[in-house]
Design a binder for this molecule. Sequence first.
Ligand SMILES: Cc1cc2nc3c(=O)[nH]c(=O)nc-3n(C[C@H](O)[C@H](O)[C@H](O)COP(=O)(O)O)c2cc1C
Length: 403
Amino acid sequence: MISRRQLLAGAGVAVAGGVLARAIDQGLVIPFDRPGLAAWEDWRRRRYQGPLALVSAGLLASSPHNTQPWRFAVGTGGVDIFEVPERALGPMDPFGRERLAGLGAALANMALAAPLLARPAAVRLLPDPANPGHIARIDLDARAANIVEDPLIGMIARRHTDRGPYAGGPIDAASRAALVATSPWPGVRVLLFDPASPAGRLFAALTIRATEAIVADAEMMAASHAWFRHSRRDQDRHKDGLAIATSGVPPLLAFAGAMLPEPSAASEGEYWLAGTREKALPTASLFGVIAVADPHDRADAVRAGAVWQRLHLAAVARGLAAQPLNQLPEMIDRDAELRRPPGFAAAAAPLLAGTGLRPTFLFRLGHPLTPAPASPRRPVGDVMGAPARLAFDVEEARLRDLR
Ligand SMILES: Cc1cc2nc3c(=O)[nH]c(=O)nc-3n(C[C@H](O)[C@H](O)[C@H](O)COP(=O)(O)O)c2cc1C
């Protein structure tokens, strides 16, 4: 006969089993292999050689809502990266400014990986005026050469957006100076603010106001929610988007949250606003802005993303955590899209007073409390496409022969 205690113990095991199965389904427990995370391992193990190695690095870059708005091609003269406008955030990014930043981030990783090929490489931005979606070509010289690797290459697989609370405490002057110097382009500037300074307080207040405005905008929230992958099945099938496991909640809370039904866009918004106000902003050691003269200039939008990627890699190299906080530029664009008075743009102006620049990417930095988890990626085989337009490639080949 089964005793009451044995029965209860059996029921307990069944419940625990159910909880575990659900946690696995939410991507919180990694049981064995995760197809959505295989791309990280591909890069770590250098599974791809030659030009495909650049693609393997590029697709690990940061992108808005992990939309991965890219397609790559290996052409005769090098590697191309193209925009995929359908992988979009709609009213969260009405002009595709953030999408271009994601492409710039991929380009930064590819440029870092180029020395692996032992051929001189040169990046050309927007090389084909007839095809604006052709974001860049990395020209590869046919001659072999020994090229020194940038130590940041080692950070590509370690960089993850950290949305949790940070430990507080200052960031040393040498790190600040190194992070400010990340941009190689004079037109793309990095500015850092102490949270206790007037500019830092304005940064926090505007970020909260912009988050409130997004949460109150049902269309923006629906567009954001469309990239949320609640089940592990969806995470591994789509290999993109956001998930509870990377949302910055402590593992136990995430575990409990994963037991609940899929959250609505509205409850996601409430959670996001509370997290921004109570954890993200108060625990940051520094706030930062990447600024350009015209955030909608396509080349500068790409460059701003490349600067973010390099800055995040440099932060990781110094043991720091980082998270973009782009609610403010998103609301500046939303006002423009709806032809409303530029309230958020005007409120942001004092942050960059005297620079003649406008904000295009906002972020926070700090000391990590726990390691941030990796997010899914579509692997090399899922992101390869045809080379550039035939006419462009023929002209390129002709010019190469003339050289
Ligand atoms: C242009 C751009 C805007 C982003 N904005 C935000 C943001 O406002 N908040 C946030 O938590 N992450 C933001 N991110 C980070 C992405 O969500 C993140 O890179 C993506 O989910 C992939 O995760 P990973 O960076 O950990 O690899 C942004 C990234 C880019 C490139």
